[in-house]
Structures are given as structure tokens and as C-alpha cells.
Design a binder for this molecule. Structure first.
Ligand code: XIL
Length: 362
């Protein structure tokens, strides 16, 4: 290369470099900040995926999606032989179009379930065999339909009791008829339908000591029997009223314990209720009193503490999913202030506490 060409090349390279440095870097989203840690997910409804502003926010911030309601058994399979795939297909197609992985939620739950399964076609109570035939057909049909895009399933949701004493299993209709064998069976069918999907048991209060121990015992027993279960879904519906540090500590020890029995832990439905008026209970009202700045600061601290623990366990935590996009959509009501985006889709202080953790003082 002669010297004139060399100088021209160097000058061009310098120009490209300067322009690159001067160009304003686009602001990173949560999913970018957590690259190297875990995926960041969001539960969506139909409005979220059809409104351009909300869609843009989803694409900027998240790299895993859960359908909030549209894939639940009762929604997708409301009657014997009646299938209602339209809304679930829209969520799946949104994910296919934007190359976002989809968490399947869920295949068997006591709520929003196919209650028709418990009555046989002649109107008499269904037998265990009849329920199993329908449930197996349900699981095979749904898992097969979405196996190209769904990477994991909440196979069984909330099958444990909340009581610290007595039977560890929830006394659901399914349990009453089939015993806890229905849990094993659902996992076996889901695995047969898609051997590649990661299969989860999912529950709330999964870091509360007694429930944690019951979940651990159940999953350990399943593993020992060779049931194809890959992970535990910790829903993660928390509350500032319970104290911020305590919550993070409980989560920390639950992850440590669960990781002895599974390789995958997913936080599947994170939100933190902040309205004191509700005293720690679920409150769905949109008319509750506004919350104070002090409580908002507590919310920020709770999120910061929680994510610090989650980052510590990045080897076993695959994904952390928020249960709804913004406070406007939250199933807990807007005034519960539970998410990182407010009712106008604006990021809160809690958002920055979660995203910009590298800037935080140790
Ligand atoms: C909730 C939805 O967010 C609501 O819209 C619906 O009315 C009830 O269910 N645990 C779960 C989720 O596993 O499926 C629930 O979602 C919240 C609690």
C-alpha cells in the first residue's frame, strides 16, 4: 500500500471512530442490563401486544413473554371439544414475529381451569380415568400447538397448601379425585408431548419457610421417582408491608435450597404490592388512597434488594418475569403501584434501581 493510500485509510478509520463515539448510545433496556445474568420477562394481555407504544416498550425492555391469561386451560379449552386458540395464537405470533421466547402458563391449575372435565358427558361426576383422558388430551394439544415457540411450561400451578400444618397438598378438586398423582401425570404427559421443553412446578409464597419445605419435598420425591421436572417457578408476588430486607433474605435461602434439587429456577410473576391501606392483602380496587413518597422509596428499596439476591443466583435463575407491563394493567390494581412502570408507562425510581445496578455503591 503506498503512503497516500495509507494516510487516507487512517484518516477514514479515525473519522468512523469519532462518529461512533459521538453518536448517542441508545438507552439500554432491562434485558440488555441483565445480559449475562438472566432473561427479563413480562406477562402480557391483548392490549399490550396490539398498542404500538406498549409494543415498543415490550421490545425495548423484555426478552421473554408470558401470556397473562390467554393460555390458561379454562380460556383455551372452555368446553368439551371446544377450543379457543385465537388470543393465545396472537401472543404466540407476536413472539414468533419478534423472536421473543414464550413461557407457557399453564397446563393445570385449580383456578381458570376446564371445570367441565369433572362432569362426564352423561352428566354424572367424572371418574379419575375420564378426567385423566381429558387432561392428557388437553396437555398434548396445547403443548404441540406451541412447541416451536414455548420454551418452558408451568405444568402444574399452585398445587400446595398454604397451611404450615396438615396435608401439604392443596385440597383442590383435582387432588380430591386423583390424589397428588395428578401432578406427576401432568409432567409425564407434557414431557411426552415436547421432550425439549423445560417443565416447571409454579407457586406463590414459595419462599415462605413451610411452603418452601413442602415444595422442596414434593419436587425431590418427583426427581427420585424419575418424573421429568426441570425447575421450580417462584411466582414472586411480594409486598412492601412485610419488610424489605426480610423478603430478600427469604428469597435467598429458598433459591439456595431449591437449587439443591433443580437446575432451573424462574421468577415467574414478580410484583411488589405497595398500598399500605390493604395491609398486605390483595386489593384490586383502583380507588384506593394514593401512596406516600416514603412508601415509594420502600418499593424502590425492595426491588433493589430483591434483584441483588437474584443476581447473586444467576447460575440457577434463568428468567425473572414481571406480572404485567405497567401499573395500569396490574391485576392488583393501579393504586397498588406494584411494577417498574407507572400507569402512564413511565419508568419509576425502582426501574432505575433494577436496571442501573452497576452504578450502585456496594
Ligand atoms: C391472574 C391474572 O393476572 C388475572 O388477570 C386473572 O383475573 C387471575 O389470574 N397466580 C398465577 C397467575 O399463576 O395466573 C394469576 O394471574 C396471578 C396469580
Amino acid at each position: 500500500m503506498n503512503s497516500t493510500i495509507k494516510i487516507a485509510c487512517i484518516a477514514f478509520a479515525a473519522l468512523v471512530c469519532t462518529n461512533t463515539v459521538n453518536a448517542k448510545k441508545p438507552e439500554q433496556g432491562l434485558k440488555d442490563a441483565y445480559k449475562g445474568y438472566f432473561s427479563i420477562g413480562v406477562a402480557v394481555n391483548q392490549r399490550n401486544i396490539s398498542d404500538p407504544q406498549q409494543t415498543a416498550l415490550i421490545l425495548k425492555e423484555f426478552n421473554s413473554i408470558t401470556s397473562e391469561n390467554d393460555m390458561k386451560p379454562g380460556e383455551i379449552h372452555p368446553g368439551r371439544g371446544v377450543w379457543n386458540f385465537e388470543k393465545a395464537d396472537k401472543v404466540a405470533n407476536f413472539c414468533r414475529e419478534h423472536h421473543i421466547k414464550l413461557r407457557g402458563h399453564n397446563l393445570c391449575w385449580h383456578s381458570q381451569f376446564c371445570n367441565w372435565m369433572f362432569t362426564s358427558p352423561d352428566g354424572t361426576p367424572a371418574t379419575k380415568e375420564q378426567v385423566y383422558a381429558e387432561l392428557k388430551d388437553h396437555i398434548f394439544t396445547v403443548v404441540n400447538r406451541y412447541k416451536d415457540i414455548v420454551y418452558c411450561w408451568d405444568v402444574v400451578n399452585e398445587a400446595m397448601s398454604d397451611s404450615p400444618t396438615g396435608n401439604p397438598f392443596r385440597d383442590s378438586r383435582m387432588y380430591k379425585l386423583c390424589g397428588h398423582d395428578f401432578i406427576d401425570s401432568c409432567f409425564v404427559w407434557a414431557h411426552q408431548a415436547d421432550p425439549k421443553a423445560l417443565l416447571f412446578y409454579n407457586d406463590y409464597n414459595a419462599s415462605q419457610t413451610h411452603k418452601r419445605d413442602h415444595i422442596y419435598d414434593m419436587v425431590k420425591a418427583m426427581k427420585d421417582k424419575g418424573i421429568p421436572i426441570d425447575g421450580i417457578g417462584m411466582q414472586g408476588h411480594y409486598n412492601v408491608v412485610y419488610g424489605t430486607q426480610n423478603m430478600a433474605e427469604q428469597v435467598d435461602s429458598a433459591i439456595t435450597m431449591y437449587s439443591k434439587v433443580v437446575k432451573h429456577i424462574q421468577f415467574t410473576e414478580v410484583d411488589i404490592r405497595a398500598n399500605e391501606q390493604m395491609g398486605g392483602q390483595l386489593m384490586f380496587s383502583r380507588d384506593a388512597a394514593p401512596i406516600t413518597d416514603e412508601i415509594k422509596a420502600k418499593l424502590t428499596q425492595s426491588y433493589a434488594n430483591l434483584f441483588q439476591v437474584l443476581r447473586k443466583h444467576k447460575k440457577v435463575v434463568d428468567v425473572v418475569t414481571f406480572w404485567n407491563l405497567s401499573d395500569k394493567d396490574s391485576w392488583l390494581g393501579t393504586r397498588n403501584y406494584p411494577l417498574l412502570f407507572d400507569e402512564n408507562l413511565q419508568p419509576k425510581a425502582a426501574y432505575y434501581a433494577v436496571r442501573d445496578f452497576k452504578k450502585l455503591k456496594k
